[in-house]
Design a protein around this ligand. Structure first.
Ligand SMILES: Cc1ncc(COP(=O)(O)O)c(C=O)c1O
Length: 413
């Protein structure tokens, strides 16, 4: 049977987060029996319910007339209008209807955009290249692989302040024997998963210039754009940069800011031609998002309730980050030197030196303490030696995590 499937699909592994989930489920009875019922700090999925407001709007919408029929993949006009208004209010970005398209979550959107860009081939030297952050969202690499392209990792390091020099990147691509002409897209993700790193307009401007110079689609993944801590400068949209629409598209999600990960809704906006081609692809493979979900999402987007919810959630994440950092400091982690993120709900931490690999460490923490972490190498080769902790569980659970690590003898030494 396997040989019936294409060469790209055959190379896929089960997505790392689901591998971790399966392993956790397998171990749950045993861990629960020894008082270590798993606490999941692996997936980027907040456990709090979404804003009450959005739940109410969903329930109201369900009884509306014509709400259960097919919708359009582009999105109903109320959703598109609400997105246009949000982009204006939040970023002062003007958009036309043709520059916006709804998504069944930004994961789907980014995967389909990559699919629309890459000419699949198994010939390594002829593969289209998508530049992805390393470390970066674990799905990018697989999305490129399944599209028949090649993902080329851009190292994000403390030395480059997680904003790599793009001209140096171009030189390195050529030094590695690849042609810049093969590069189809540059994916940027700020605030970043897994690092929590942020960027600024100056860097985004350079990225726009770089992409224009080399005729590369700039894909900005803005899944965490509203998730900066109180008092921090709000994260900018790439579309705020003059001329960005000539070369850029940006992906947004309701998942993280409103804890709506299961609703599966987001949007892409930016370059009209790119959005148009992408829309044609999507029209052939999906028929859009359930209308009541679109309706409720469109209502929350520009609401006072929605904005207050995001601000409160960011405060909670900041508070929980402090609980974890204080606890890890007691366990020997040099948290003062880590420059913890001021955005997202992720913490990116070094594994204790006695472990050879990230996986060895995260496996032991799971097996002994029932704390579910993600090994850093899941996010790219620069992630080896690190692990990601998502501060998505409750405050009590965060205290419990530290208590367990202490009791089970985990220390950074
Ligand atoms: C960087 C980044 N982009 C996109 C996504 C996908 O989010 P969704 O498909 O729920 O919008 C995630 C989810 O973890 C992410 O971390």
């Amino acid at each position: 049977m396997k040989e019936l499937f294409n060469d790209y699909v055959q190379t896929l592994e089960t997505y790392i987060m689901f591998q971790i989930k399966q392993e956790t489920q397998r171990l749950t009875p045993e861990l629960t029996a020894k008082g270590r019922k798993p606490i999941s700090l692996s997936m980027g999925a907040p456990v709090e319910p979404p804003p009450e407001f959005v739940n109410k709007k969903l329930i109201e919408a369900i009884s509306g007339e014509g709400m259960h029929t097919y919708t359009t993949p582009k999105g109903e006009s109320y959703l598109i209008e609400s997105i246009i208004k949000r982009m204006k209010n939040r970023f002062n970005v003007d958009l036309e209807k043709e520059e916006v398209f709804s998504l069944i979550g930004s994961k789907e959107g980014i995967a389909n955009m990559i699919r629309a860009l890459v000419n699949p081939t198994t010939d390594i030297k002829n593969k289209d290249i998508i530049l992805i952050p390393d470390p970066g969202y674990a799905s990018y690499k697989e999305m490129v692989k399944v599209s028949g392209g090649m993902a080329y990792g851009i190292p994000l390091t403390a030395e480059n302040n997680y904003m790599p020099d793009l001209d140096e990147l171009a030189r390195n691509i050529e030094k590695d024997g690849y042609s810049l002409k093969k590069v189809k897209a540059l994916i940027l993700n700020y605030p970043n998963n897994p690092l929590g790193a942020v960027t600024n307009k100056e860097y985004l401007k350079k990225a726009v210039e770089f992409c224009k110079k080399h005729n590369i689609l700039l894909i900005s993944d803005a899944a965490y754009i509203d998730m900066t801590f109180e008092g921090e400068e709000k994260a900018p949209s790439v579309l705020e940069i003059e001329g960005a629409k000539d070369i850029a598209v940006e992906f947004f999600s309701f998942s993280k800011p409103y804890s709506m990960t299961g609703w599966r809704i987001g949007w892409v906006c930016g370059n009209k031609e790119a959005v148009g081609i992408f829309g044609k692809l999507k029209s052939t493979i999906d028929t859009g998002i359930y209308k009541p979900i679109q309706k409720a999402a469109s209502e929350v987007l520009n609401s006072k309730e929605g904005d207050e919810y995001i601000a409160e959630a960011n405060k909670r994440f900041e508070k929980k980050q402090k609980i974890v950092l204080d606890g890890l400091k007691e366990l020997g982690w040099k948290t003062d030197e880590l420059n913890p993120p001021k955005a997202t709900f992720y913490l990116w931490l070094p594994i204790p030196p006695k472990y050879k690999t990230s996986k060895e460490f995260t496996d032991e923490v799971l097996n002994k303490s029932g704390v579910v972490l993600v090994p850093g190498n899941a996010f790219g080769k620069n992630g080896e030696g690190w692990f990601r902790l998502s501060i998505v569980a409750s405050e009590d659970q965060m205290h419990e995590v530290i208590r367990r690590l202490k009791e089970d003898g985990f220390r950074f030494e």
